[in-house]
Design a protein around this ligand. Structure first.
Ligand code: NAG
Ligand code: NAG
Ligand code: NAG
Length: 224
């Protein structure tokens, strides 16, 4: 009984609602008038919608091109920065250092015992010369201008191993370097234009320091 009553009420209230308040009837009232007026209204609405769409599309494309040109711009800036920080070359050997492949070399002009030359190179943030192979030795010997000059390199005879040892801690591979002279305690190695010799480490000779070539950006920003 109750349910039927409610249904009946609902039905009544729906049927008896004022016709004008239904939403679908509103535009009819607005668009009433001569047919040309309705047509003009429709045309106007379509035009407005089209205009809005065009404006949205233009706005979006403007934003997109702005973004991509900003990106391009920042890439350009980065490329420029890379160029300026790494040019003119990854190597910078300041006078009197001379660039040799990936290193900077310094040929001393004075003569000192081997230990003093070792100290001199380390005070210059470098080390006595290390030679990787026969080819490197040959190329470095070609840099020696004067036939009569001898240069200490970073190689000495170590105990208790009784072996030649580079100052970086590696033992000499005999294929790298043939050493003329005694193989004994307190001997150090010097090179000339043509050969390598062992000599008592207290003798005075010139020497060759080496250091890695430093990219300019490392010099400008040592901590980065
Ligand atoms: C610039 O150099 C940095 C690191 O050196 C690198 O990560 C970046 O990709 C380079 N940028 C360009 C545009 O070459
Ligand atoms: C030490 O130097 C020698 C000669 O240049 C090289 O053959 C060796 O690999 C180096 N050792 C280390 C640990 O860098
Ligand atoms: C050889 O050189 C090392 C440094 O690399 C040094 O500690 C050592 O005392 C030297 N050996 C001799 C016999 O002078």
């Amino acid at each position: 009984m109750d349910r039927q009553e409610v249904y009946g009420n609902l039905k009544i209230s729906r049927d008896s609602g004022p016709k004008g308040s239904s939403p679908s009837s509103l535009p009819q009232e607005v668009c009433q008038g001569p047919p040309w007026r309705q047509f003009a209204l429709k045309l106007g609405c379509t035009g407005v919608i089209l205009l809005v769409l065009i404006v949205i599309k233009l706005t979006v494309s403007v934003i997109l091109t702005q973004n991509s040109s900003i990106e391009r711009c920042s890439v350009d800036v980065q490329q420029n920065r890379n160029e300026t920080t790494e040019s003119p070359s990854p190597l910078e050997c300041l006078e009197p250092w001379q660039s040799f492949q990936d290193k900077c070399l310094l040929f001393s002009t004075i003569r000192k015992p081997w230990k003093s030359s070792l100290v001199d190179c380390s005070t210059k943030q470098s080390s006595l010369l290390l030679i990787q192979d026969q080819e490197k030795l040959r190329q470095i010997q070609m840099q020696i201008k004067d036939e009569g000059i001898s240069f200490w390199i970073g190689l000495n005879f170590t105990l208790p191993e009784k072996k030649w040892k580079w100052i970086n801690g590696s033992f000499l591979n005999p294929a790298t370097l043939e050493i003329n002279g005694d193989h004994k305690e307190n001997s150090c190695v010097y090179i000339t234009q043509t050969s390598a010799f062992s000599e008592h480490c207290s003798e005075d000779y010139q020497w060759i320091c080496q250091k890695e070539g430093t990219p300019i950006k490392n010099k400008v920003h040592p901590t980065s």
